[in-house]
Ligand binder design. Sequence first.
Ligand SMILES: Cc1cc2nc3c(=O)[nH]c(=O)nc-3n(C[C@H](O)[C@H](O)[C@H](O)COP(=O)(O)OP(=O)(O)OC[C@H]3O[C@@H](n4cnc5c(N)ncnc54)[C@H](O)[C@@H]3O)c2cc1C
Length: 273
Amino acid sequence: MFGPEHAEEQYRALENHKACEAGTKNIKGSELTKVFPYINNEGIETATFTDNKSEGWIDPFMFHSALKSKAIELGAEFIKGEVKSISEIKAKTIISAAGCWTKELLDDIPVVPQKHTVFRVKCPKHIPEMPLTGDLTTGVYWRPEGKEYLAGSPHSVFDATDLEPAWNDFEELVWPALAKRIPVFEELKLTGGWAGYYDCNKLDNNAVVGKHPKYENVYLASGFTGRGLMQAPGIGRALTELITTGSYQTIDISDFAVERVLDNKVRPEPYVL
Ligand SMILES: Cc1cc2nc3c(=O)[nH]c(=O)nc-3n(C[C@H](O)[C@H](O)[C@H](O)COP(=O)(O)OP(=O)(O)OC[C@H]3O[C@@H](n4cnc5c(N)ncnc54)[C@H](O)[C@@H]3O)c2cc1C
């Protein structure tokens, strides 16, 4: 959901959705309650959604385990240990996928930890059909989780010293935003929360993927800035193509090239939730 200040940008993004056959639909804010009757549309200029069951959510641990199991079945070997320097690895090809710790290994890549808090809440009224929803007017996102809901704080912190959830954000930012947008959320109760680090690319909030030009054999897959789970399958495939054939074949992600970061050519991602 977008307010007037983001609407034009979203209309441009929709052209890209169309070209990619993303299956998205767009409606005016004034029409929102026809599709989502539980939403208060005040201040919403436009909204984008899918209703073809092409979107949803997955368990990240299970997704990771499934990919890892398949890789082992195909012959991959996993070795646990801390790498202190890229130069200590002797291999024909190295892919640095160190997440938010990337800058510790490659000093010229500005991917650093950015703390984000997620809250778990319950509401006497459960709306199971509610999709994952992002409200760009407040920066709060939420989705059902079993009989409860998860809701992300819009507030993030660099250089955090611990991963204690930012509990104050709930009453100060998240609950007011939720209650304003979904009136039944006025009755929310906080049931839990946690914090984690986004793998933030400080340059422009976009991924850094491809060959590092200063090395013979080092590739990067990093800087997903909170979207790495969604992007992982495509990134894996594209990077495999780049490494095995020398160029991208089915998915051209050269916009994410390492050179863009080294040359400070920003390609900003406007929506980081
Ligand atoms: C609260 C929260 C909510 C999120 N929500 C979503 C979401 O809804 N959708 C989505 O797509 N993404 C989401 N993300 C982001 C997603 O989790 C990350 O983008 C993704 O995990 C990045 O994957 P990665 O493999 O690049 O890095 P990571 O998963 O961080 O893996 C990096 C690995 O490298 C290892 N490592 C680092 N340095 C070294 C070293 N020197 N030696 C050895 N090993 C090292 C680490 O131990 C780790 O195992 C969320 C993140 C958080 C914190």
